[in-house]
Write a protein that binds this ligand. Sequence first.
Ligand code: AP5
Length: 218
Amino acid sequence: MRLVFVGPPGAGKGTHAKILSNRHKIPHISTGDILRARIKDGSDIGKIAKSYVESGGLVPDEVVIQMMKERLQEEDTKQGFILDGFPRTLRQAEAFDRALKQLSIRLTAVVDFKASLKTVLRRLTGRRVCPKCNTNYHVVNMPPKKNNMCDVCGEALVQRKDDLEETIRKRLEVYDKDTQPLVDYYRNTGLLQIVNADLEVEDLDKELESTLKSLTAV
Ligand code: AP5
């Protein structure tokens, strides 16, 4: 299965990509997670990306495209992948199409996580993340078992720098302007599947699984 998840910040792409990745044993590749790791380790990509990521803007296309071309050639992607956060602009989508052609592979589907503004604001302001293993939590919807500690590795949870209200607003504007046009782009290729991302975790997971089942049964 080769999937691309699109949808506004906070729609649940990362959370559900992780669930499906564990169940179907295919890698979850999040450009946001990769960029945040590069920022943390101070690499060249991280130095370029830092100000864009922290202010809610998009990292330049050429940086992200090169980073993803390299990532998609790694061995673990041979059995499939779930891309979360890439492509994010039409230019990235076109470069991605060319890379797929060169690798002679086809996407299974592009899943659009359709969520209301109310949902994404509630989810982003309540999100907490583990800085070590990237597991996501939510103070109300998905709290950790122990107060503010990661269930997986025991690390203290933090709030992402770009989850402050003003930056969230900017990310939503950037999404509408630069990423929303991808939905039409993929609708025209026949790859688009829409899920109701306002649903809670268990129900959205069921909807995703039934969507994927209908695709792989074809
Ligand atoms: P990125 O990390 O990709 O952020 P994003 O797209 O804004 O998406 P989020 O991670 O905020 O939301 P999500 O949909 O994954 O929601 P989540 O599952 O966490 O990108 C960050 C930055 O990196 C960008 O702003 C940009 O600067 C840069 N970047 C990344 N890719 C780039 C690219 N291709 N080009 C250029 N720049 C790029 O869920 C949110 C919360 O809700 C969590 O607390 C979770 O517990 C909860 N939750 C999730 N699902 C549910 C549910 N079904 N029910 C109830 N609660 C739920």
